[in-house]
Design a protein around this ligand. Structure first.
Ligand SMILES: Nc1ncnc2c1ncn2[C@@H]1O[C@H](COP(=O)(O)OP(=O)(O)OP(=O)(O)O)[C@@H](O)[C@H]1O
Length: 490
C-alpha cells in the first residue's frame, strides 16, 4: 500500500489582527511534501499575512504551527523556519541595494563564512541563477541597487532556492513573476515543476491565474481573512477560480482589431528618439492613444519612460512632450510610495497645487479627493489616514494609480503598473484607461504581461535598448512580439 505524502506544514486556526483590521480570521492550511499549492484571492484577502506567519516573520495572535509533525507554537520565528527548510520570497523584495548579489546571498545563508566565503557565495548564486534562468546576464559582483526590478526579483528567487547547510523543504513564492517578462516567468515555472517532482514543496501566490492553474497541484482560495475554497487545480477553471474569489466584475474584452483605425491621428503628445537608435525610427504618441512598450524586461522600456518624464521639465534634444505628465512607478518601494505618509497624502500629493486657497492647502478638498479614490479604486482600508504601509501590496499599487489618474496630467506613463493587482481591479482599470483615452488622455504603458498589449493602439518592441519593431494593434500577435524581442525584426 502506498503511504500518503508526508505533511510538512500544518497551520491551524491562525488569527491575526492589525488594530481593527482582522487580516486572518482562523485559517487552516496544510501542505504535503512534493505539493505545489496555489494561493489566490483579491488584494487584501490575507495571503501575504498568512505566509509571513508561516515564514516566521510575523507572530500570529492565536493558532497552531505544526512543522514536520512538531508543534512549534510560540517558539516559531524566522530562524526556526529556516532550520526546518522553510524559505520565503517576499512580494516586496528584501535584498540590500548597496551590497552585491553575492553579498546578499551571504546575508541569507549565514553558514557562508570564513576564508573564501565571497567566492563560494558567488559560485552558489551564479549556479542557481544559471539553473533557474539560463541565459540571464546577472553577475555575482553586480551591486543590487543598479539592477532593474526584474533582475532583483530573479536574484531574490535564486537566493531562496540556494542550498547550503540548511535543508530546502518548502519555498513560498509571493508574486514571484510580477516583474518578470513572459519568457523568464516561464523559466521559473518550469524550474518549480521540476523541483516539486523531486519532492520539494512550493506555495505560489499569484494574480496571474493561468500560472497558478498551470503550475499547481492544488489551489486554495482566500477571501477576507479566511479560506473559502481548496481543491485540486484540475477541478478549477479560470472562471470558477474568479468566482470563488468573489470577484464581481464584468469582463470587458479588448476591442476587436477590426474596430480600430490603423491611421494614427490627433496631435502629437510625445515624440522621442532612443539616443543609440541605428535607424530613424521614433517613438510617437498622439492624443488619446494607448501606446504599449513591449519586449523582454529591462531592454530599455523603463529608460524610455523616464527620459520622457524628465523631458516634461527640462529640455531634451531627444524627447518632446506637449502636456503635463504623471508616472505610475513599477517599483513602488523605490520610486512610488512615500512610506512615512498616509494613504490619503500619497493619493493627493500630485494634485495639491490645484487645491491651494489663500496660500494654504484646502484640507477639505484633499480629503474629498482621497475619499473619492478610496471608493473608486476600492482601496481596502478602514481609513485613508492610515499609513500607506498598512495596505497590502496590491492596494498600495491601487493608491499609485489613484494618484496619477486623479491628477491633471494629460499624459500618463505606466511602468509595468499592475504589479500585484488582483484580477477584478485589473479589469476595472483597463476599462477606465480605455474610457480616459477615449476622452483624450494619452497613455504610455510598459507591461510584462503580453495580454495587456491587446489594450494598446500601437506597440513598440524594445530589444537591447533600441526599438526593433512597431505595429498597430491590428497586427499584434504574441509570436510577433516574441520574434522581435529575440531577433532584429525585419
Ligand atoms: N502591517 C500592517 N498594518 C496594518 N494592516 C495590515 C498590515 N499588514 C497587512 N495589513 C492588512 O491586512 C489585510 C491583509 O493583507 P495582506 O497583505 O495579507 O493581503 P494579500 O492577500 O497578500 O493582498 P495582495 O494581493 O494585495 O498582496 C489587509 O487589509 C491589509 O491592509
Amino acid at each position: 500500500m502506498t503511504q500518503p505524502p508526508r505533511e510538512i506544514v500544518n497551520l491551524g486556526n491562525i488569527a491575526k489582527a492589525f488594530g481593527a483590521v482582522r487580516a486572518l480570521a482562523g485559517v487552516d492550511l496544510a501542505v504535503a511534501a512534493g505539493e505545489c499549492v496555489g494561493l489566490v484571492g483579491h488584494n487584501g484577502a490575507g495571503k501575504s499575512t498568512l505566509m509571513n506567519v508561516l515564514a516566521g516573520t510575523l507572530a500570529p495572535d492565536s493558532g497552531s504551527i505544526v512543522i514536520d509533525g512538531k508543534d512549534l507554537g510560540r517558539r516559531y520565528d524566522v530562524r526556526v523556519a529556516h532550520q526546518h527548510g522553510i524559505r520565503c520570497v517576499f512580494q516586496e523584495l528584501s535584498l540590500c541595494p548597496n551590497l552585491t548579489v553575492a553579498e546578499n546571498a551571504r546575508i541569507f545563508h549565514k553558514s557562508l563564512t570564513g576564508f573564501g566565503w565571497k567566492r563560494r557565495a558567488a559560485g552558489l548564486i551564479a549556479a542557481k541563477l544559471d539553473e533557474i534562468f539560463p541565459g540571464h546576464d546577472i553577475q555575482p559582483g553586480d551591486t543590487v541597487g543598479d539592477l532593474s526590478i526584474g533582475r532583483r526579483q530573479m536574484v531574490e528567487i535564486a537566493r531562496a532556492f540556494t542550498v547550503t547547510d540548511e535543508p530546502l523543504g518548502l519555498v513560498i513564492l509571493d508574486e514571484p513573476t510580477s516583474s518578470l517578462d513572459a519568457v523568464t516567468a516561464g523559466q521559473l515555472l518550469g524550474f518549480v515543476r521540476r523541483l516539486v517532482a523531486g519532492g520539494t514543496s512550493v506555495i505560489l501566490i499569484s494574480h496571474m491565474l493561468g500560472e497558478v492553474l498551470g503550475a499547481c497541484s492544488r489551489i486554495v482560495v482566500m477571501k477576507d481573512g479566511g479560506v473559502v475554497a481548496g481543491r485540486p487545480a484540475a477541478d478549477f477553471t479560470r472562471d470558477s477560480l474568479v468566482a470563488a474569489m468573489g470577484t464581481v466584475v464584468e469582463a470587458h474584452d479588448a476591442p476587436a482589431a477590426a474596430s480600430l483605425t490603423a491611421q494614427r491621428q490627433g496631435s502629437v503628445m510625445v515624440k522621442a528618439r532612443v539616443k543609440i537608435q541605428p535607424d530613424d525610427r521614433a517613438f510617437v504618441a498622439h492624443r488619446g492613444e494607448i501606446i504599449g512598450l513591449a519586449g523582454l524586461a529591462g531592454h530599455g522600456q523603463t529608460k524610455m519612460l523616464l527620459q520622457i518624464y524628465a523631458a516634461a521639465t527640462r529640455r531634451d534634444l531627444f524627447a518632446e512632450v506637449a502636456a503635463p505628465i504623471a508616472i505610475i512607478a513599477g517599483d513602488r518601494q523605490t520610486d512610488g510610495i512615500f512610506p512615512l505618509w498616509s494613504i490619503g497624502e500619497n493619493v493627493t500629493i500630485r494634485s495639491l497645487p490645484r487645491m491651494v486657497r489663500h496660500f494654504l492647502i484646502d484640507q477639505t478638498a484633499a480629503r474629498a479627493m482621497a475619499a473619492e479614490w478610496h471608493r473608486q479604486m476600492r482601496i481596502k482600508t478602514p481609513d485613508m489616514d492610515h499609513n500607506i504601509l498598512s495596505l497590502s501590496g496590491g492596494n498600495q499599487q491601487k493608491a499609485l494609480f489613484a494618484r496619477a489618474l486623479g491628477s491633471d496630467a494629460e499624459i500618463v506613463l505606466m511602468d509595468d503598473p499592475m504589479r500585484g493587482v488582483d484580477v477584478g481591479t485589473k479589469l476595472e482599470v483597463y476599462e477606465r484607461i480605455r474610457q480616459e483615452a477615449g476622452a483624450g488622455r494619452t497613455f504610455l504603458w510598459y507591461t510584462t504581461e503580453t495580454d495587456e498589449l491587446a489594450h494598446c493602439d500601437h506597440v513598440y518592441v524594445f530589444r537591447n535598448g533600441i526599438i526593433v519593431d512597431d505595429f498597430p494593434r491590428a497586427e499584434l500577435t504574441e509570436a510577433r512580439v516574441l520574434r522581435a524581442s529575440f531577433h532584429e525584426a525585419a
